[in-house]
Design a protein around this ligand. Structure first.
Ligand code: PHE
Length: 472
């Protein structure tokens, strides 16, 4: 077992690494798509409320669990469970969930890398052909890209927390901010972009219903990398003298600002492409937005900036999403690595090999479940429809278990670990937190309505995804 735990070198390093985890495909694509479909400014408002009043306390709880124990999620829950076997279960769930989410996220990242390479090879026009996507994801090239993404992710992880994760975040995150801003400025100078802005920002409260509200909740929760053991693990590398509440606020704010800014990019682009667009015809899925619709938008820019210019914009966008996805992948793969090192005393290198091999196998199984391998493509019947292996992993781990893990974090921290200990942990490095209004709010909310809301989201997802009926 490691004698002393490695720590992030600085507060900024931690914030960038945690923001790197939080900023991902979810922010850059899923958030703008959800806002478009769900009332623009009205959705933004609901989302912001959820981030501030629900997700932020949970993030503080996860960070405190990690920082206090200096352990991976399994070790953290075990150490604080006071010998109760039942309370160790959430620890295992906070290990298995990120492992499986990493598997499906890997596949998405692989596709993004593939599209970036296509654009850089001068093939943007080919990507606008809808049939191309199906061919691409079923081509053998996918496996080459899978190995490439694994190599990229694991070579950062192999360098450790400070020299790997933190250094990568410090280099990549500023680059991401600059590229995102550059693209937004470019898009906002295009014709009709103001129509997109209006659509994005003006609230349409009529579109707010129970389903939209539940979607905003799930989106905020996923976007902040909660329920996946990530914040517990990253918290375990946070120095005791750093303030958890302040760091959590900075991470949540960065993540939300990036999501908001991505909307300033996507919506105006859509309206520049087609000012008369009927947004109800847009798909709700991020994958169809990235891989089917956006290439068409990029290609349409060739009228004003030429094919080369359009390809440069497309390449910048795919590179941006790739960076966001890689920094998220790094954080999520770190969870099983930390668990193997802490719990089994393995060296980091050995852990990387073990996790890497398992993930290539499982991600490979996901990647071939779109037609390449028959039984994985027709893997299971759920709620009257057939699902492939990729979809199954997404439904079980991303849609369903995530809110359940969040619920368990709240219950554990308040009712097992107890408020006094939790408060002590939050006040360490931030003496002003003790007795503050924030402390009272965090204590009250985590023990009362936050778990109730997460329970409702969980039950509704089970009803919807496994039985085909929404409860709300
Ligand atoms: N916050 C990430 C996103 O928005 C979610 C995520 C984190 C996914 C880590 C995978 C790994 O995409």
């Amino acid at each position: 077992m490691a004698a002393t735990r490695e720590h992030f070198g600085s507060r900024l390093g931690f914030i960038l690494a945690a923001a790197g985890s939080a900023v991902g495909i979810g922010n850059l694509v899923a958030f703008p798509v959800a806002a478009t479909k769900s009332g623009g400014g009205a959705f933004l408002l609901v989302y912001a409320v959820f981030v501030l009043f629900i997700c932020l306390p949970i993030m503080m709880a996860e960070l405190a669990l990690g920082r206090t124990t200096e352990k991976d999620p399994v070790g953290a829950y075990r150490q604080l469970s006071g010998g109760s076997r039942a309370w160790r279960i959430p620890g295992w769930m906070a290990l298995i969930t990120p492992f499986m989410i990493a598997v499906f996220y890997l596949v998405l990242t692989v596709w993004i890398l593939g599209y970036l390479i296509e654009v850089l090879s001068g093939n943007l026009n080919q990507l606008t052909n809808e049939a191309y996507f199906g061919q691409f994801i079923n081509s053998k090239l996918i496996f080459v890209y899978l190995v490439l993404v694994m190599l990229l992710t694991n070579s950062v992880l192999a360098m450790g927390v400070k020299d790997g994760i933190e250094r990568a975040a410090k280099a990549l995150m500023p680059m991401l901010f600059v590229m995102l801003l550059g693209l937004v400025i470019f898009v906002l100078t295009r014709e009709n972009s103001e129509l997109g802005l209006k659509y994005y920002l003006l609230p349409d409260f009529a579109k707010l219903n129970a389903e939209v509200i539940s979607k905003a909740m799930s989106q905020a929760f996923f976007s902040l990398s909660l329920g996946m053991g990530i914040m517990i693990t990253y918290g375990s590398y946070l120095k005791k003298r750093e303030a958890i509440p302040g760091a959590a606020k900075a991470v949540a704010l960065t993540d939300t600002l990036v999501a908001f800014t991505a909307g300033l990019l996507i919506l105006p682009s859509i309206f520049h492409f087609n000012p008369q667009i009927d947004t109800s015809t847009l798909s709700e899925s991020s994958a169809s937005m990235i891989f089917l619709f956006l290439p068409k938008i990029f290609l349409s820019l060739q009228g004003s900036i030429g094919y080369f210019g359009a390809s440069a914009v497309a390449a910048t966008f795919f590179f941006l999403v790739l960076i966001a996805a890689l920094t998220s992948l790094i954080s999520i793969v770190e969870v099983p690595l930390a668990a193997l090192c802490d719990e089994r005393g393995l060296s980091r290198k050995k852990a990387i090999y073990i996790v890497g091999v398992l993930q290539v196998i499982l991600a490979g199984a996901c990647a071939v479940s779109f037609g390449m391998v028959d039984w994985l493509t027709h893997f299971i019947h759920i709620a009257g429809s057939e699902k492939g292996f990729f979809e199954l992993v997404e439904i079980v781990f991303y849609d369903t278990i995530l809110p359940l893990n969040g619920l368990l974090v709240c219950l554990f921290v308040i009712y097992k670990w107890k408020r006094v200990n939790f408060n002590k942990a939050l006040s360490q490095g931030d003496s002003s937190f003790s007795g503050s209004l924030s402390q009272k709010y965090v204590n009250f909310s985590l023990g009362t309505f936050i778990p109730v809301i997460l329970l409702l989201v969980f039950l509704n997802t089970v009803a919807l995804k496994f039985f085909g009926h929404s409860l709300i």
